[in-house]
Design a protein around this ligand. Sequence first.
Ligand code: BJW
Length: 260
Amino acid sequence: MNGKTDRHDNRSLVIDVGRLLARARAVAVLTGAGISAESGVPTFRGPDGLWRNFRAEELATPEAFARDPALVWEWYRWRRRWMATVVPNPGHLALVSLESRFPAFTLITQNVDGLHVCAGSRHVLEIHGNIWRDRCSRNPAHLFQRQPSDAAGSSEAAPLPRCHCGALLRPDVVWFGEGLNPAHLDAAVEAVSSADILLVVGTSSVVYPAAALPAVARQAGADVVEINPEETPQSPEMDLVLRGPAGVLLPELDRLIRQG
Ligand code: BJW
C-alpha cells in the first residue's frame, strides 16, 4: 500500500470515527504519554523513552525509591524541569473542545504532567497521580503542591525534600506494584462501562490496570478506537484504528463534530 492510499484510508476512517462520535452521548477517552509527545514530553517506552539507560520499570517503583531515593528524585527533578517548559498541544486542546459537545465526557489519563487540566479539560481522572505534588513517604495524607516555577531551582545536587515530620517526600504518583486510588479506578471503570465510545489515545496499552479499560468498555458495548502512530498489543482488538499523531487526528475529529 503506498502512502497516498494510506492517507486516503485514514481519512475515511476519521470520517467513520466522526460518525460514531456524532451518535454518541457518553464519551470516554484514555490517554497516555503519546498525547504529550507533541508538546515535547518524552514517552516511556521505545528507544527515546530511556533515561540514562534506565527503563521506567526500574525507576518507578517503591523498591527503587527505598534503595536509592537520590537516583529516583534525580529522574523526577529532570522530568519536572523538562515539563516546566512545555505547554498543551492541539491534541490536548481538541479534547477540551470535544468535552463541551457531549452530555457525558470523562478523560482518563495515565499522564502525570497535568497538561490536560492546564489545557482546560474539566472532567479529568489523573489515575497515575500528578508530578507537581509531593507526598510524605510516611504519612500519605501530607501533600505538598509544587509549581513549575519551582522546578528551575531544583538542581540534581539539592538535598532530598523532607516532610515536616522528617520523613522523605516522594512524588505523588503511582509506581509499579502500588494500587491506584480506588475512587479514581472506580470512576474510570464506571466511565468506560457507560460510554458509547472509548478513544484510546497515545498509550502503548501495556500497563495495567489502565490497559484493561478498553476490554471493560468493549464488554459493556462501547466502540473502542485507538489513536496512535504505532501498532500496540491491543490494536487487533480495536473496532477502529487511526494511525497518526494525536495532535493531528484529534483536531480533525473535533472539526468533523463541530461541522455537524
Ligand atoms: C503517540 C504519539 C503521538 C507516540 N500521538 N500517540 C496485569 C497483567 C500484567 C501485569 C500487571 C497486571 N496488573 C498489574 C500488573 C503490574 C503492573 C503492570 O502493568 N506491569 C506491566 C508493565 C506488565 N501494574 C502495576 O503495578 C500497577 N499497580 C497495580 O496493579 O497494583 C495492584 C495493587 C492493588 C492494590 C494494592 C497494591 C497493588 C501500577 C502501574 C503504575 C504505572 N506507573 C507509571 C509511572 C507513573 C509515574 C510517572 O510518570 O513517573 O505510569 S509507569 C509508566 O507507564 C507511567 C505511564 O502512565 C504508564 C503507561 O505508559 P504510556 O502512557 O502508555 O506510555 P508509553 O511510552 O508506553 O507509550 C506511548 C505511546 O504513545 C506509544 O504507543 C507511542 O506509539 C504513542 N505515541 N507519539 C499519539 N504524537
